[in-house]
Each structure stands twice: as C-alpha cells, then as structure tokens.
Design a protein around this ligand. Sequence first.
Ligand code: SAM
Length: 302
Amino acid sequence: MSETPASGPAGPASPAEQRAPRTTDGTAREVTPGSQAAEGTYRAQPVSFVRRGTRLQGRRQKAWDDHSDTLAVDVPRHISDTSVHPDYVFDAQEEFGRTAPLVVEIGSGLGDAVVFAAKENPDKDFLAVEVYTPGLAQTIQKIVANDLSNVRVVQANAPEVLSTMLEKASVSQVWVFFPDPWHKTKHNKRRMVKDTFAPLVARVLEPGGVWRLATDWSTYAEQMRDVGTDSELFTNAHEGELVGAQSPLTQARLSGVDCELSEDPDSVGGWSPRFEGRILTSFENKAHKAGRVIFDLTFRRL
Ligand SMILES: C[S@@+](CC[C@H](N)C(=O)[O-])C[C@H]1O[C@@H](n2cnc3c(N)ncnc32)[C@H](O)[C@@H]1O
C-alpha cells in the first residue's frame, strides 16, 4: 500500500493539496481522524516510506490491544492514518506526568535503540516515531517487558510530527538512526534527511539541543553532512574531525563497498565517534555483515 498525503498548515494550496481527495460532487473531502487518501506525498514531496504489512498477530496484537491506550500517543489524523492533524500539539508534561528532557527517535524500527536508551536514562523521556505497525507493537512489547514509564510511541509521518505536533524548542535531542537509504538515484528524492528536513528538526530542538544521525550508506552520509553543514540553524559538533585516512568516507571509497572505488581521501571530515548511547540494532548488524561502513554525525542547534 502506498502512503497517503496530508496537507500542511494554512497557505496557498500546493499541487498535492489541490489534488487532495474530493467527494463525488467535487468538493474537498472532509478531513476526519483516520480517513484515508491515496497519494504518497506530504507538502508535495514524496514521503520517505512505503507502508508494509500493517497486520498484527499473536503476541504483537495482544501487546497492542493491552497497552496502546497508555503507550501509543492518540493522534488526531488529518488525511491518512499516519498523518497528524495540524491543530494537534503533544503535551509531554501531561503524557509523562513530569517535566524531563525529551528525546525523539525518528524511524525507531523495532524499538531496540529507544528502549535501551530509556532504560539507561530514567531521568529522560523518549518518544519513538514510526509508521510501521509491527515495529510499534514490538516496541510496546519491549517497553512493557522492561517496565518502563519513560517511553511513548507514536504512529506518524515524522515531518508532520516535527512541523506541528511537537512544540517549538521542546526537545533536547532528535535521533535519526539508519533511515531508509533510498540508494537508487531515482529514489533519492524519498530520503528523509534533505535540506527541507533540517528546519523541521531545528524547530523542535531547544537552543543547544542535539541532532544525532547514523547511516551505513556513504552517499546518504555525505548528503546528511551537507544538510547539517549548509543549515544556518546548526553547527557540526565534530567539525573537521575524522578527516583523511581516519574518515569513514575514505574507508568506504577505498573498499568501494557502496560507492565508486576511489583513492580520493575525504578532505572534509566532520564525522562523530560512534554514539555510545546507541545499541547495535539488527539494521546496523546487517550493514556490518555486508561490509558497509557506519557514519555518525552530531549537529548542535544554534
Ligand atoms: C531502516 S529502518 C531503521 C530502524 C531503526 N532506526 C534501526 O536502526 O534499527 C528505518 C525506519 O524508519 C521508518 N520510517 C521511514 N520513514 C518514516 C517517516 N516518514 N516517519 C516515521 N518513520 C519512518 C521505517 O518504517 C523504518 O522502520
């Protein structure tokens, strides 16, 4: 199933909005929570995911049935079932019953990283943003198994969470670990981390807040580095580090594992050491097995 669109807040109608679903008499369809449309765009840009199996079975279904009321944020929808109504604002204090630094993981997958971090950091609250229903159910299972009160999940398209659902400057860290690489050139436009994404992350981060990224695809790593470097809203916390022979990009080029084989050293650097708070997930493990290089980046909100 392809993903469905959601319009942004007020402003001139974008082409995608103009193509928004219509009723049979041609008027724009009423926006109701959970209602469905049939395009894979948000603000006229393709979304970064394709909906995969949404059906749950067995223990995942039970975990969802028993705990989604308390652990999954109940989001009013706009157009699709992964959209966020632009009027909805998340109240972290109300949700967690306390005031604590909020860490948001985008594309949390099966929940390994967020659950590990939440266990290690009981003084922080965590919001796992994911569209993949079985992944969310598995995350819920892990939250319950670890008896954690400092994690919530939300099933939603991340750019919408960052654009309107989270309050400005309300987040201490945003994590984007191993986002789908969309590595074929014709699919690059689906990548989540692109120039339009940086202002959305900047919007929710408090001054000095941290944006952590990791990927195992060298061309995406370069794109991420450019996005952070070109944004006036961020500074690279490891500017000029891991350059030349030390650079993971130089290593990828020398091996030709996922890019053109080349002896050109990376003269820019700016890569971070591996983030200690990141547990090895199955996605990262697969990358290691395939011989791909891991790239970490850390940007600080100015
Ligand atoms: C390659 S997986 C990595 C999962 C996890 N971060 C890890 O390292 O194990 C990328 C995840 O991002 C999710 N995703 C992709 N685009 C998204 C979006 N726009 N909003 C929320 N989640 C998204 C996918 O469903 C998928 O689970």
